[in-house]
Design a protein around this ligand. Structure first.
Ligand code: S3P
Length: 161
């Protein structure tokens, strides 16, 4: 199993899709799978049932991905110890984007319930999570100023080593 982790806006879904094609493996986008199962958007899940419920959905899904796949995780999946355990059974690839890259990609985003408040608040969340992504990662890929092809090729090269 290959798990792509990283902050919102680091490009996990784009990269996971392309990587799965190269590796000829199924591709799972956790947010999308949860939306399909719950028949609701992530924003509505947060609004109606709260973040804790969403986190339970994430854990349930993570536990039940049977088939070898490339998994694009949600940015907060690394928070729970139980999830960390499941991630550690596969190869964890951290897409590391700088704060400036994240801000420029998400500046007009209105779909992510945790991308809200002022920049200071959002930066605090970003800074808080970085060490967790780093400590769980088998591979750390710097994504700033690279296109998806370059990133996928770098992951492929480093997976072979
Ligand atoms: C979250 C990230 C989102 C989504 C949810 C919570 C987070 O996924 O799972 O809004 O806690 O960082 P992306 O990382 O794909 O934006």
């Amino acid at each position: 199993m290959i798990y792509l982790v990283g902050f919102m806006g680091s490009g996990k879904s784009t990269i996971a899709g392309k990587l799965s094609e190269k590796l000829n493996l199924p591709y799972i986008e956790m947010d999308k799978a949860i939306e399909e199962k719950e028949q609701m958007t992530i924003s509505d899940i947060f609004a109606q049932f709260g973040e804790a419920h969403f986190r339970e959905c994430e854990t349930h899904l993570l536990k039940n991905i049977g088939e070898e796949s490339v998994v694009s995780t949600g940015g907060g999946v690394v928070l729970k110890e139980e999830n960390q355990h499941y991630l550690s059974t596969g190869t964890v690839v951290f897409l590391r984007a700088s704060w400036n890259t994240i801000v420029s990609r998400l500046q007009n985003d209105e779909d992510r319930p945790l991308w809200k408040g002022d920049l200071t608040e959002k930066h605090a969340l970003f800074a808080l999570r970085q060490p967790t992504y780093e400590s769980l990662a088998d591979l750390i890929i710097e994504v700033d100023n690279k296109n998806p092809e370059e990133i996928v090729n770098e992951i492929m090269d480093r997976l072979k080593k």
